[in-house]
Design a protein around this ligand. Structure first.
Ligand code: 3PG
Length: 395
């Protein structure tokens, strides 16, 4: 894909789609700003090369109406602190005010438009709305990898009026989740967790075809354990996916790759942060207990399986990571990944819950790449073409 390095931006008004869909607490304070900091290299580059910036993003799911709690003002404030310069805002992303503010911009200035999803036309990918957005700038840049799986006016429609190139974050995400995994240094191991097998079937199919080993944890491991005939008590399970699980294990064994299930687990007598908990072998789960994390022996198994890996992808948490008592497996594996990175392995954290766990552990800087995409990184890993990426110009 063409990137901002390939175009001349001096004196231009550059319309940049960013994904500033950040989590806010009840006081509208940003609780995690990685999606803002991750866009800074692109924004700084454009500013240093003489552009003015018209930034556009969605926040939350306001469903086509202006919702006060989903205004982008807190984001503008944080961005202004990070860039150490004023960031102008508008009360609407299109219309007379937006057009006036965009046209008044001087090189080096930054404008952040109000939440795109206050208009239903954004998600409908309405051509007239896309054209209104396009009219605000001279050039279009997409750095919103996290929203690239959506064919919306600001990610796809706009490129019919203003050809687009990728920003540095988009480029980096495509490099790590794309090229690095297509041509991995071997051994290439994938750690896949998360609650449900049904969310991960497509990604497991693809990984089984390209990886040298798959390590399974999280709620979805229960379905695999049950598919092998083990008693899993009251654990979360998808009974309708037992055949799918068996089929995936069969495919892995046919390819001759390792498919590792947790050998021991942390079980609890109820689903609560303060439940009674103990560690048992995966074959020894009592009927009235439930599995909420992988156990210490599983962590050892994982460590051995990852010891020589040169490329590692981690997607989904290995236990109930939002409850400290059941986050130990995930945290231990995050620590192993940090060590392996220092030893030269390429470590890629798929977005969403696993990225949140890595950030919470303060380990983001220790990984080769932490994706800013949740749904987007999963769909991309499945091998799907993302509309927001497809719409950008090729080199
Ligand atoms: C995300 O957080 O995954 C992206 O910003 C996309 O948001 P959406 O799922 O509401 O489209």
């Amino acid at each position: 894909k063409k990137t901002i390095r390939d175009i001349d931006v001096a004196g231009k008004r550059v319309l940049v789609r960013v994904d500033f869909n950040v989590p806010l607490d009840e006081n509208q304070r940003i609780t995690d700003d990685i999606r803002i900091t991750a866009a800074l290299p692109t924004l700084r580059y454009l500013l240093e090369h003489g552009a003015s910036l018209i930034l556009m993003s969605h926040l939350g799911r306001p469903k086509g109406k202006a919702v006060e709690s989903m205004r982008l003002r807190p984001v503008a404030q944080r961005l202004s602190e990070l860039l150490q310069q004023p960031v102008k805002t508008t009360s609407d992303c299109v219309g007379a005010e937006a057009l006036f503010e965009a046209q008044a911009l001087q090189p080096g200035e930054v404008l952040l438009l109000e939440n795109l999803r206050f208009h239903k036309e954004e998600e409908e990918n309405d051509p007239a709305f896309a054209r209104q957005l396009a009219e605000l700038g001279d050039l279009y840049v997409n750095d919103a990898f996290g929203t690239a799986h959506r064919a919306h006016a600001s990610t796809e429609g706009v490129t019919h009026y203003l050809p687009g190139v990728a920003g540095f974050l988009m480029e980096k995400e495509l490099n790590y989740l794309g090229s690095t995994l297509e041509n991995p240094r071997h051994p290439f191991k994938a750690i896949v967790g998360g609650a449900k097998v049904s969310d991960k079937i497509a990604v497991l199919e693809r990984l089984i075809a390209i990886a040298d080993g798959i390590l399974i944890g999280g709620g979805m491991a229960n379905t695999f354990l049950k598919a092998q005939g083990l008693e899993i008590g009251e654990s979360l399970v998808e009974d309708s996916k037992l055949d799918v699980a068996r089929n995936l294990m069969l495919k892995a064994s046919q390819r001759g790759i390792e498919f590792l299930l947790p050998g021991d687990v942390v079980i609890a007598d109820r689903f609560a942060p303060d439940a009674n908990a103990k560690v048992v072998a995966s074959q020894k789960v009592p009927t009235d207990w439930r599995i909420l994390d992988i156990g210490p022996a599983s962590v050892e198994q994982f460590a051995r399986a990852l010891a020589s890996a040169q490329t590692i992808i981690f997607n989904g948490t290995l236990g109930v990571a939002e409850m400290p008592a059941f986050a130990k497996g995930t945290n231990a594996v995050v620590e192993i990944l940090g060590r392996r990175t220092a030893e030269g392995a390429t470590t890629i954290i798929g977005g969403g819950d696993s990225a949140a766990a890595v950030e919470q552990a303060g380990a983001a800087q220790k990984m080769s790449h932490v994706s800013t995409g949740g749904g987007a990184s999963l769909e991309f890993l499945e091998g799907k073409i993302l509309p927001g990426v497809a719409a950008l110009q090729d080199r």
